[in-house]
Design a protein around this ligand. Sequence first.
Ligand SMILES: Cc1cc2nc3c(=O)[nH]c(=O)nc-3n(C[C@H](O)[C@H](O)[C@H](O)COP(=O)(O)OP(=O)(O)OC[C@H]3O[C@@H](n4cnc5c(N)ncnc54)[C@H](O)[C@@H]3O)c2cc1C
Length: 544
Amino acid sequence: MPPTHEVLNQPPALAGYDVADDPAMLSAVHREGAGWALDGIGELGRLAGSARAQQQGRQANENPPVLRTHDRFGNRIDEVEFHPAWHELMTVAVKHGLHASPWRDERPGAHVARAAGFYVWGAADAGHCCPISMTYAIVPALRHDPGLAERFEPLLAAREYDFGLRPPEGKRGLLAGMSMTEKQGGSDVRANTTSAVPAGDGSYLLTGHKWFTSAPMGDVFMVLAQAPGGLSCFLLPRVRPDGTRNGMHLQRLKDKLGNRSNASAEVEYDQAMAWLVGEEGRGLRTILEMVNMTRLDCVLGTATGMRAGITLAAHHAAHRTAFGRKLADQPLMAGVLADLAIESEATTMAGFRLAGATDRAIRGDGQETAFRRLALAVTKYWVCKRAPAHAAEALECLGGNGYVEESGMPRLYREAPLQSIWEGSGNVAALDALRALTRQPETAEAFFAELDLAAGADRRLDQAVGRLRKDLSDPSEARARYLAEEMALTLQGALLVRHGDPAVADAFAASRLAGDWGHAFGTLPSGVDSDAIVSRATPAPTPH
Ligand SMILES: Cc1cc2nc3c(=O)[nH]c(=O)nc-3n(C[C@H](O)[C@H](O)[C@H](O)COP(=O)(O)OP(=O)(O)OC[C@H]3O[C@@H](n4cnc5c(N)ncnc54)[C@H](O)[C@@H]3O)c2cc1C
């Protein structure tokens, strides 16, 4: 090698580190009742940070799925082909129960344990988390039909990844998808035109199109369609119980901005056989049970992306020198990194508080159900809105390297806007929060009861809560984003003040609550303990 090729001042590859070495997540897992799961979370964290998982994530995204509509003889097969790396990622996720473990685990905190696994393993690749999340989320909706739940839940919860077109009940494990969005309406699903006609044997025949159906290689789908009694929810198997392929034709796969390892299809249903779930005309209510679970994963997935971004940025800055000093030691860069770390920790704290609320709500806690209803909507709105700006700033910390695919940053950046679009886009999430506020006063009471737990601990928080109470006197639609943002910020502030690292909580209160802050990351007030904050996000390499 000529001497000009000596590589200087480039950071070592960040491989072989523990993704679960994440103080905000670890303390939240304890607090929310899943301390018993830490060994398993640690195992997944080390797996996610391994060179092997990083390679799998890269390969699955560089070799996106391919739709095979027909076999070579011209028969329709409607199958999606994946790179082996995708199957390996899915195998780990399913083996660790990220798709369903809490539905088979009576222990309090089971949903928190699963949330932590999802959060750390998601660092390997975001795309495959989509079918994992939908399989987790389908169960509460499916339970609207106890017979179908009895039939399919054990297979959905099985820890076996069994890919391929076969009748669901002949497989070792199942994966689920959700099929609501049509060309003329995604948010407004009441505009659905797919029809469901009773077949006379208790099942229905569905005919229509769906403009987005992710993970179409799943085994069963929750589908919305118009039955004689109105918009209804159906469970649709890709292969009928008799082994024949159902009338579910994949037209094409979307050419997406990011999320490229995952397949998202346009689907035509042609007299596709399906079973009614819940009552006719109550489809929206039923499928919302599923949507509400996936919304939690939108928050957790966003927290994963932010943590990955700040980790890569802090690692780079800890090793790269410019103008005679490490980047991490340059006061302005330290401020940028600290600001990114604060945003990431606040998102993680909120995500795990909501995972805990989910766990307790599912076990029948009414107060937590009411809290979750509102807190999830505002948090989903706000943290997903922050994700693209966070990813862009983290990318820039790597300079030109960050703009290059190999750094992993472009993948994070392309993924970042997605969580805000699906499961209720920004406006829809904000309006949903407003609906809860105005129509379900118990949700606001539960929300403020949570904020009250931090009362008196920080003057800036107290003032922000006072402002929020005043602002809520005008809950008009046009103000929905403003109010959702304010609510999300006070919730994050309250959690940080009560449970967070003192330096992080103080800087959050000064910037996000008291307004001593600019319009870009890296504009924290002076006096913030950036070193202490950034050290919580700088990964300690572990032996390979
Ligand atoms: C990668 C990807 C995968 C997806 N996978 C699935 C899937 O598996 N299954 C599925 O069913 N769908 C899926 N979707 C679809 C997704 O859920 C919808 O795109 C989303 O719900 C928005 O619907 P829409 O695209 O029809 O936009 P619209 O509903 O037309 O909304 C357009 C914009 O208008 C805003 N808006 C809507 N109503 C109002 C209002 N009342 N006031 C103010 N603003 C409003 C929205 O916030 C949005 O910004 C996927 C989408 C993507 C990008």
